[in-house]
Design a protein around this ligand. Structure first.
Ligand code: ZN
Length: 209
């Protein structure tokens, strides 16, 4: 874990990041920053990194999901998640302009909270408008794991962490995830943990009386 990545509890992870101007994006500073973020993400390794995670409150994230990261996973695991390789790119001033009502729940982690994971419901498909690393307008239509990565990274730019969206009772250390939950589906895990969506029902399990 490169020490450069700031950890949960740092206020920069809870603030609103500021947008970049096309002039700034074309400048040397931002290009250097994108290179730094790329190497921090690859060293970790991770599939996405947002600028606030290296203490820069800017609306910039980098994403790359390499085929080599998929080698350990079964074809069924990858297919279930809609996980396919995504080439390296930067996403600047992104806005989710459309998201599917259909959602999926999978375990998700964060480089600012290493060693832990939780089930996080996310839209299956999103449309994102943003600028690319040349400052040009881009529309991304994403589904599956790429849509999840985008939602996770874009959350970082407004001070949100997966903790704010997870099914609280599914929170687990990675070791226990590997031992107990790795091969189970979301429905089975929900049943085993008595998971409920707190936002809908307002009360944790067992306190309804
Ligand atoms: Zn994260």
């Amino acid at each position: 874990m490169p020490s450069e990545i700031v950890q949960v509890g740092h206020p920069v992870l809870r603030g609103q990041a500021r947008p970049l101007s096309p002039g700034e994006i074309r400048g040397r500073k931002i290009h250097t920053l994108i290179d730094r973020m790329r190497s921090a993400m690859q060293q970790a390794p991770g599939v996405g990194l947002a600028a606030p995670q290296i203490a820069m409150p800017l609306q910039l994230a980098v994403i790359e999901d390499r085929a080599e990261y998929h080698k350990e996973a079964s074809a069924a695991h990858l297919a279930e998640r809609g996980r396919r390789p995504v080439p390296f790119h930067a996403v600047i001033n992104p806005v989710i302009v459309d998201r599917s009502a259909e959602t999926a729940e999978f375990f998700e982690g964060c480089l600012s909270l290493p060693g832990f994971s939780a089930l996080v419901p996310r839209a299956l498909r999103v449309t994102v408008e943003c600028l690319d690393e040349r400052g040009e307008k881009k529309v991304i239509e994403a589904s599956g794991w790429y849509a999840r990565i985008l939602q996770h990274e874009i959350d970082h730019l407004s001070g949100m962490l997966y903790l704010d969206r997870m099914l609280l009772r599914s929170f687990t250390s990675m070791d226990n995830w590997a031992q107990f939950w790795k091969d189970k589906g979301a429905r089975e895990i929900r049943a085993a943990l008595d998971c409920m969506d707190f936002r809908q029902d307002g009360a944790p399990p067992g306190t309804s009386n």
